[in-house]
Design a protein around this ligand. Structure first.
Ligand code: NDP
Length: 245
């Protein structure tokens, strides 16, 4: 059994990864997010379908480095060896021209998508040293490859994730840790609602007649990436809805 640590597992892609990996009966799941109640619901759903799947959930805000250190230190002993880290927690908040943007939104995105990913990675690496096939998967985005109108700061954070994935691959080579970036286009999750601060109508209109990806589409791809033999690393995968330009 390989232990997978997923950040931002309370909804969307993170929750779908937990469900898909649980169904494969090869993984035990260490799940975190800020909303513990959603994680507990997910745990119940997973264990109703896969009674043997081991799941441990804890509340964590990836922006809080001291809490990350404390929570990882306080994990039960049998959860202290991690094979796979999926750096999934992230958000886009506000979609506006730079001249109209809210600096609090910028801080939230930079603190979560960039600094949070760095903090979690730094403090998880020591827990991966016993693993025979350690692997870190970062959720990047098409927004880490291109810039779109009013996407400014979110795109900047995902360009930073792209650079950090490349940097991790170089820095972690000596430890034998695989590093992969998964870069989706539009995925239908809570993401749009968070971006538009709860405006469901605006969130739905984003798809503009095209069929978006689902969280499961991305989770299936992550499962494939994880199933490659030890000598094969998929560095970067851009995954788009067929109809998205
Ligand atoms: P969701 O909003 O459905 O999920 C985001 C997850 O991140 C939630 O579980 C949320 O949990 C968690 N999260 C947010 N902030 C924090 C924080 N400070 N600490 C811990 N957890 C946090 O969106 P997606 O599933 O779509 O997004 C997952 C990843 O995929 C993100 O990195 C996103 O940028 C990326 N992505 C998404 C795309 C899309 O179109 N949906 C496209 C490309 C990339 P909680 O609120 O409980 O803390």
């Amino acid at each position: 059994m390989r232990t997978v640590f997923i950040t931002g597992a309370s909804s969307g892609i993170g929750a779908a990864c937990a469900e898909v990996l649980a169904s494969e009966k090869k993984y035990r799941l260490l799940l975190c997010a800020r909303r513990l109640s959603k994680l507990t619901e997910l745990q119940k759903r997973i264990q109703a379908q896969n009674p043997d799947c081991e799941v441990f959930c804890f509340e964590l805000d990836v922006r809080d480095q001291s809490d990350i250190i404390q929570k990882l230190k306080n994990l039960p002993n049998d959860w202290k060896d991690i094979d796979i880290l999926i750096n999934n927690a992230g958000l886009s908040q506000g979609l506006d021209l730079i001249q109209n943007g809210d600096p609090d939104d910028w801080d939230r995105m930079i603190d979560t998508n960039v600094k949070g990913l760095l903090y979690v990675t730094k403090h998880t690496i020591p827990l991966m040293q016993e693993s025979t096939h350690p692997h870190i998967i970062n959720l990047g985005s098409i927004a880490g490859k291109e810039v779109y109108p009013s996407g400014n700061v979110y795109c900047a954070t995902k360009h930073a994730v792209d650079a950090l994935t490349k940097a991790m691959r170089i820095d972690l080579l000596e430890k034998g840790i695989k590093v992969t970036s998964i870069d989706p286009g539009m995925v239908e999750t809570e993401f749009s609602e968070v971006r538009f601060k709860g405006d469901k109508e605006r969130a739905k209109n984003v798809y503009n007649g095209l069929t978006p990806l689902s969280g499961k589409d991305i989770a299936d791809i992550i499962s494939f990436v994880l199933s490659r033999p030890a000598h094969v690393n998929i560095n970067d995968l851009l995954v788009m809805p067929t109809a998205q330009a």
